[in-house]
Design a protein around this ligand. Structure first.
Ligand SMILES: [Zn+2]
Length: 423
């Protein structure tokens, strides 16, 4: 996200496999290429997600949520709200235009002053509005069933997670600059000593990529993903810029065998992102008022938009806690983890090797890893495994006899929303 350590340049030092492929100039790229993967989606500028608000529970809507019924409606409403809000203000747009000419110190000072000017409640990282709506929806569903005196059975759905696990844990890192690369091995080894693995998102056109290290990470059970194009904050400034960069992002995904994407600064436009050739995206979040595109989808579970599985991050970013707020990171992560566990959510954490730059910060992350290492209720999974499972779960139904039918039948289990959510 907040890359203040990397160079602000344009198509920079590409790694070997990408050499010569980076944009020499935005105008040289064939815009036609970007349209190939669009399928049936509308990219005309009209917002297809608006359908969700006015059209109710349309089966053919682009977004599919974790649960049906009133809970599904709440998930859709909060998602639509985030899609409508996920825009850069004119101040941020101006900032990203000027950013290449601003010194790093100036950028950091602007960022700090903006974030500190936001006054937030002590529990800003908990989506309380969403949780209130969620609880009301659960009561509504249960009340409707009891009002019908058993004429209608409460509908069972699939538990979010496989193999009897209560919640899922996915650790991720965005590598922002050269300094970050220098800490990758140390962080990976610490995770491995806790029996954990993680996903590492690489900026394809900013710095020299250590392909040997990426191979090593994969061999040791980690995942490699793509973190935007060159991390200049301009990827979503216009449809034209996005379109011109898409072929280079997709080529980087092929070169690095990456199935996952995360946008720098978690800028997002899920409609445009349908051009990307990834299995999943990890640029959404449940709540995060400190991002340049603030907001959040509320829910702690994955969802599907068009062809992408969306994996929201749900634990506050290290940069926000350690750099912006100076808040005790591990304590905050564990507070949030308790909420996620209560609702059987996805606990996804973003840390940056660039910001784990002191023994104290590293120790905060180590403490968190050691805590979750001892938790037998977690499903510790790579994001790509979460995305694969989620597609299987969405394609599986609970039959009238309670039997599961579909690709998740072997690992899934039926559960009533009420017992799952109203803990
Ligand atoms: Zn970043």
């Amino acid at each position: 996200m907040n890359n203040e350590t990397g160079m602000p340049g344009r198509a920079g030092l590409a790694g070997q496999a990408l050499a010569g492929q980076a944009l020499a100039g935005e105008s040289l790229v064939n815009e036609g290429l970007a349209g190939q993967a669009l399928g049936n989606l509308d990219v005309s500028g009209r917002d297809p997600f608006a359908q969700g608000l006015s059209g109710g529970e349309r089966e053919d809507s682009l977004a599919q949520f974790a649960f049906a019924g009133p809970v599904g409606k709440v998930l859709r409403e909060h998602f639509n709200r985030d899609m409508a809000q996920a825009r850069l203000t004119w101040k941020f747009r101006l900032y990203y235009h000027l950013r290449p000419w601003l010194a790093q110190g100036m950028r950091q000072a602007l960022q700090r002053s903006r974030n500190r000017s936001l006054s937030m409640a002590d529990d800003w990282f908990i989506p309380n509005d969403f949780i209130l709506d969620l609880q009301a929806a659960i009561r509504l569903e249960a009340g409707e069933v009891s009002a019908e005196h058993g004429l209608r059975r409460e509908v069972a759905e699939l538990h979010p997670w496989p193999d009897g696990h209560r919640y899922a844990l996915a650790l991720t890192h965005d590598i922002e600059g050269a300094e970050g690369w220098s800490r990758v091995r140390q962080i990976a080894e610490m995770e491995e000593s806790c029996g954990l693995r993680s996903a590492w998102y690489v900026v394809p056109h900013l710095y020299k990529i250590d392909y040997g290290l990426l191979d090593e990470l994969r061999q040791r059970g980690h995942e490699v993903g793509i973190h935007g194009y060159n991390h200049d904050g301009r990827l979503f400034l216009s449809r034209g810029i996005f379109r011109r960069r898409v072929p280079f992002i997709n080529a980087a995904a092929r070169a690095m065998s990456a199935s996952g994407f995360r946008a720098p600064m978690v800028h997002r436009n899920l409609n445009w992102m349908q051009d990307l050739e990834f299995d999943y995206d990890a640029s959404c979040f449940d709540i995060d008022p400190f991002q340049p595109m603030p907001g959040g989808v509320g829910g702690f579970w994955p969802f599907i938009v068009g062809k992408l599985v969306e994996l929201p991050y749900t634990l506050p970013q290290d940069h926000t806690l350690m750099v912006t707020l100076g808040q005790p990171a591990c304590e905050t992560w564990l507070r949030k983890l308790a909420v996620i566990k209560r609702y059987s959510g996805l606990a996804m954490l973003i840390t940056h090797p660039d910001y784990l730059n002191s023994a104290e910060r590293m120790d905060q992350y180590r403490q968190f890893c050691q805590h979750v290492a001892g938790d037998s209720e977690k499903w510790s999974a790579l994001p790509r495994e979460v995305a694969t499972w989620w597609r299987q779960r969405q394609a599986t139904v609970v039959g009238d006899d309670g039997q599961l039918v579909g690709p998740a039948a072997d690992r899934g289990r039926p559960v009533l929303q009420r017992t799952l959510l109203d803990a």
